[in-house]
Design a protein around this ligand. Structure first.
Ligand code: KG4
Ligand code: ZN
Length: 333
């Protein structure tokens, strides 16, 4: 089994080839830099770039592993959630290739892809609790033996990655902001008491818009009054508030049920403070822990190949669909 996987849900055009034993033979990722000038992803530009880049990256992936297209046994593609136009480019390419090569196509949910990126570290143990933190989603989900996902906690407003990007913008760090805030935070102190929101009537619910506003107001107030402030400390204090909020929810959930494994995933899981603190929590509470290598935290196609593999192993040929529809707002499944 050799799966060629395609990911085009946002601003990364990516192709990977994955083998049956979860070996990643190649993982080609092109991050579109055209969006930097706009300070965020421009959907129309993203889909046009996917259309230009995808054929080249497919050829590169095949070339990387010295693989003839006839050796590919399966295709996998992200069908959602994501930007409609971007998803369409990947799905249409995968449908055409599957038809031409006469091989099955496995459609994959992007958020499930983030969780299954952890197969890079070995098999998962169930029941598992997965913390999924990306630019568009923030949720804590249970994953059981049958492959069923149950959302136990989610944000009521902004996703954590989105807030990292906003904080980066207000601190003048540019886009994409997460890695830049993260780098700055390593040199700062957690010295500013930013708020950690509690959601009324939903003890497991999360909210990050109040934290975002508090950081923006802090910076604007200092700028307006011509007062100095320490950017490193703002970054470290903000990051600490995010990490403590997530750990608080993880701890409430793991107190109620015995999980075998704690998984971290999504672009924000590249953040070292989050990786360290969640790993420490798992160790102290007797949970196995896994987080992907940083390359597999942010969007990539290897995670789509690994998720397709997991889906195929769980349900066999029922995983196939030659004509998947894009689902820009799909929940994790
Ligand atoms: O999963 P991802 O690549 O794309 C989505 O599915 O949304 O996540 C992208 C998000 C961005 O908001 C980016 O700023 C954030 O992940 N991110 C980080 C770090 N690296 C990427 N946030 C915090 N620390 C990082 N090191
Ligand atoms: Zn993603």
């Amino acid at each position: 089994m050799k799966i060629l996987a395609i990911e085009t849900s946002c601003d990364e055009t990516a192709v990977s080839i994955v083998e049956e034993d979860a070996t990643i033979l190649t993982n080609v990722i092109h991050t579109q830099l055209e969006h930097v000038a706009f300070g965020g992803v421009v959907p129309e530009v993203a889909s046009r770039q996917h259309a230009v880049l995808l054929p080249k990256l497919i050829l590169k992936a095949l070339n990387d592993v010295k693989c003839d297209q006839k050796e590919i046994t399966h295709l996998a593609v992200t069908y959602g959630p994501g930007l409609a136009g971007s998803l369409m480019v990947g799905v249409e390419a995968a449908k055409s290739l599957a038809y031409l090569l006469n091989i099955p196509l496995i459609p994959v949910n992007h958020m499930a892809g983030h969780v299954y990126a952890n197969l890079e570290n070995g098999p998962l143990s169930f029941p598992a609790l997965a913390v999924v933190v990306s630019g568009g989603h923030t949720e804590i989900v249970e994953l059981d033996q049958s492959g069923e996902f149950t959302i136990l906690s989610e944000t009521h407003d902004d996703a954590v990655g989105e807030v990292f990007d906003k904080v980066a913008r207000v601190l003048g760090l540019g886009y994409p902001g997460g890695p830049k805030v993260s780098e700055l935070a390593q040199r700062g102190e957690n010295s500013i008491p930013f708020p950690k929101a509690v959601v009324k009537d939903d003890p497991l619910g999360m909210s990050f818009s109040g934290l975002k506003t508090a950081v923006v107001n802090y910076v604007h107030k200092h700028n307006m009054n011509g007062k100095d402030y320490n950017k490193q400390d703002v970054a470290a204090s903000f990051e600490t508030a995010v990490v403590e909020t997530l750990i608080d929810k993880i701890s409430k959930i793991t107190r109620k049920k015995n999980y075998k494994m704690l998984l971290l995933s999504g672009g924000v899981s590249a953040n070292s403070r989050l990786r360290n603190e969640v790993s420490k929590y798992a160790l102290m509470n007797g949970l196995l822990f896994s987080v992907p290598s940083t390359e597999l935290c942010t969007d990539n196609a290897a995670m789509i190949g690994l998720a397709a593999l997991a889906k195929y192993k769980l349900i066999g040929e029922e995983a196939y669909d030659l004509f998947p529809k894009i689902q820009p707002n799909d929940n994790i499944k």
